[in-house]
Design a protein around this ligand. Structure first.
Ligand code: DAH
Length: 353
């Protein structure tokens, strides 16, 4: 075999090896074996010195042509293999960068919480502070100190859940008062009058519990806001003005209020407040059961008997209290026919507000 034939054969071999390489690593080995320091083509170039003068130019240019061809083939194959290796890496990895991103929906406040905040803001604007009470309360604060002693008939309207101890007996605090889930936020009145300096202008929002079966107008668990004012020279006029202002803020300036005499054990006199029906404007319709009015809260002047439990002198101080159910107000404000809809978690319903 002549030298030129050997060169041609080496070229074919090198191109064959390049074609057969299936990874970039294998291709690199081929490159080293042909063009590397100890590579076959490099050896040929090194041997040029021994080639007779007259053949040198021809052999030299043949070797150079082969080197060019091999380098070009290497570059092409390199591009091919690295592209397919990249594709393999992408399809094997867990992250598919071509998928559309996952949306993270931003939550919003539930209607009940939003309305609570709205009402709190209204009262903050006229100087009230927010205080928090406990959902687990004692019989004393939930009933007794609110002028509702044991066996008072008003207790029957607010049956609740009692906390039992290990033996199954109703748990008691200091052996005196049973532990229960509060039926009303009104107990916060007693804690506040015991603990805080006068005058008092507070609002106490929170969850309450009753042994009621859920129906369109009852829930076993709901949200109330309690209000309490105790100061010098507070009159029923202050109570009326405050609650009239509140109703117009929540329901709109064109709504009227009326105060109906009522009974609550811890206020005297007591009243229920109605707001004129927003659907019929007071004419009477199905929503207001033909009366033109919607009942929204209970209120009254703090009963002197309650002051007796907290050592406030009713000759010096007077005050008023009120309590409202947020779920009820939400339904009246947004014309929702059933309290339970607020708690079902149906997004189609909740997104409307
Ligand atoms: N606690 C009463 C209830 O749950 C509502 C209430 C009525 C609160 C009159 C008051 C009030 O503060 O003065 O039915």
């Amino acid at each position: 075999m002549t030298l030129l034939e050997t060169i041609e054969q080496q070229k074919l071999e090198a191109l064959g090896l390049i074609e057969q390489a299936t990874t970039t690593a294998a291709l690199e080995q081929v490159r080293v074996s042909v063009l590397g320091k100890k590579g076959s083509l490099t050896a040929l170039l090194r041997g040029m010195g021994q080639i007779p003068q007259e053949e040198r130019a021809q052999v030299g240019s043949a070797v150079n042509l082969v080197r060019d061809a091999v380098e070009q083939a290497l570059a092409l194959r390199q591009a091919e293999l690295s592209r397919s290796e990249l594709e393999q890496r992408i399809s094997a990895s867990a992250v598919d960068v071509t998928l559309p991103g996952r949306a993270h929906p931003i939550g919003t406040q539930h209607l009940i919480n939003r309305l609570t905040d709205e009402i709190v803001d209204i009262f903050r604007g006229i100087g009230y502070r927010v205080v928090e009470g406990n959902e687990v309360e004692t019989d004393y604060y939930n009933f007794t100190a609110l002028n509702t002693p044991a066996d008072h008939p008003a207790r029957g309207m607010q049956d609740t859940f009692y906390v039992v101890d290990r033996s199954g007996d109703v748990a008691a605090v200091k052996g005196e008062s049973d532990v229960l889930l509060r039926t009303q936020t009104s107990g916060v009145q007693v804690h506040t009058m015991e603990d805080q300096e006068l005058p008092i202008y507070i609002l106490a929002p929170g969850r309450v519990y009753r042994r009621d079966v859920a129906d369109p107008s009852h829930l076993p668990q709901f949200t109330q806001i309690e209000g309490l004012v105790v100061d010098k020279d507070i009159t029923f006029g202050d109570l009326k003005g405050t609650l009239d202002y509140f109703c117009k803020q929540v329901f709109g300036p064109d709504r009227k209020t009326r105060f109906r005499p009522h009974f609550f054990p811890f206020t005297e006199p007591s009243a229920e407040v109605d707001v004129s029906c927003g659907i019929c404007g007071g004419e009477g319709c199905r929503f207001c059961k033909g009366t033109g009015w919607l009942e929204i809260l209970g209120c009254g002047m703090v009963d002197p008997n309650v002051y007796g439990y907290v050592d406030i002198d009713p000759e010096v101080y007077s005050g008023f209290a009120f309590g409202l159910g947020i779920e009820r107000i939400a339904c009246l404000k947004y014309n929702v026919p059933d309290l339970r809809m607020l708690l079902e978690g149906d997004m189609r319903f909740l997104r409307q507000f």
